[in-house]
Design a protein around this ligand. Structure first.
Ligand code: 3PG
Length: 306
């Protein structure tokens, strides 16, 4: 089968080699499309592809229409909001993710961003420490749980909200359960967001929630920019000059935020939470193995459009 590795943001060389080795050893042919400039380049590259490995690359209906032989798309990572699942299902294409494989990298970055803001973006101004502060974790899945556990090791107290987990599961994961999003925000010196971008979550974090945060709090977003109501964020930071926002997913209104709030806001220039050699290898090789297994045995364990 022909497998296309389409990564606008390329994997580390070790991951590309590992992916290629796994697929070729199973008799598949590997093509690569890395650092492409335009979506039309992606569309043009899929014509004879039977399998795709992607990251945040956008698998739209147009891509699927252009790939008549396509059987499977594996998103090497967790979030699959970049794949048009309905169109994939309509085309009979199986879509999978590789849950958990890049979680540690994202969790480490979330903690790193907290320290970066606590230490005044590494300027000589007097900063503060994470020890003794309260961390709220919004969604206690693969990433959220790791953030909570690492934060505890730094001496933070950890509260978590996750409607898909029981209190016992949250406690077993090292956090105190909280039962409403309002309560979570109201008790968080640092609030780390780990919810996916879904119709029900898009724009869900806005003025009302953000202004519930205690004095001097920092909102940390290593999830998706879409979950933030950006206009509400701007108003919240205006009305509450003590609050800060740090994100790995640059807001559309970042220029306005920077102009209005300076060092109280920071966004990484390109999403980099999962951009470690280790996470690239973990997620990339898992994706390759899932494709090999899918064609060899029909295994659809990680399918997300069932
Ligand atoms: C994910 O959903 O796995 C992360 O957001 C990482 O995305 P990336 O592979 O584009 O860096």
């Amino acid at each position: 089968m022909k497998v296309l590795l389409a990564t606008q943001k390329p994997f580390a060389a070790a991951a590309v080699k590992g992916i290629t080795d796994i697929l070729e050893a199973a008799g598949h042919e590997v093509a690569k499309l890395e650092k492409y400039e335009a979506q039309s380049d992606f569309v043009a590259a899929v014509a004879d592809t039977e399998a795709l490995i992607i990251r945040s690359d956008k698998v739209t209906a147009e891509v699927l229409d252009a790939a008549p032989k396509l059987k499977i798309v594996v998103r090497a990572g967790a979030g699959y909001d970049n794949v048009d699942l309905a169109a994939a299902t309509a085309h009979g294409v199986v879509v999978m993710n590789t849950p958990g494989q890049n979680s540690n990298a994202v969790a480490e970055l979330a903690l790193g961003l907290m320290i970066f803001m606590a230490r005044t973006q590494f300027t000589p101004a007097t900063g503060s420490e994470l020890q003794g502060k309260r961390l709220g974790v919004q969604a206690y899945g693969n990433v959220g749980r790791l953030v909570g556990q690492k934060a505890k090791a730094l001496g933070m107290s950890v509260h978590a909200l996750d409607p898909f987990l029981t209190d016992e599961q949250i406690v077993a994961g090292g956090a105190e359960p909280v039962h409403s999003v309002e309560e979570l925000y109201a008790s968080a010196d640092y609030l780390s967001i780990h919810i996916p971008a879904l119709p029900s979550t898009i724009g869900s974090i806005g003025y009302d929630l953000i202004t519930r945060m205690p004095k001097g709090a920092t909102l940390v977003n290593t999830a998706r920019k879409e979950v933030i109501d950006e206009e509400g964020l701007l108003r919240a930071l205006t009305d509450r000059p003590d609050l800060k926002y740090v994100t790995d997913v640059m807001p559309d209104n970042y220029a306005a935020l920077q102009e209005a709030f300076g060092p109280r806001v920071f966004a990484t220039p390109k999403k980099m939470g999962a951009q470690t050699a280790e996470a690239n290898v973990n997620a990339g090789l898992a994706a390759a193995r899932q494709i090999v297994d899918f064609f060899a045995t029909g295994n659809t364990r990680f399918q997300v459009n069932k």
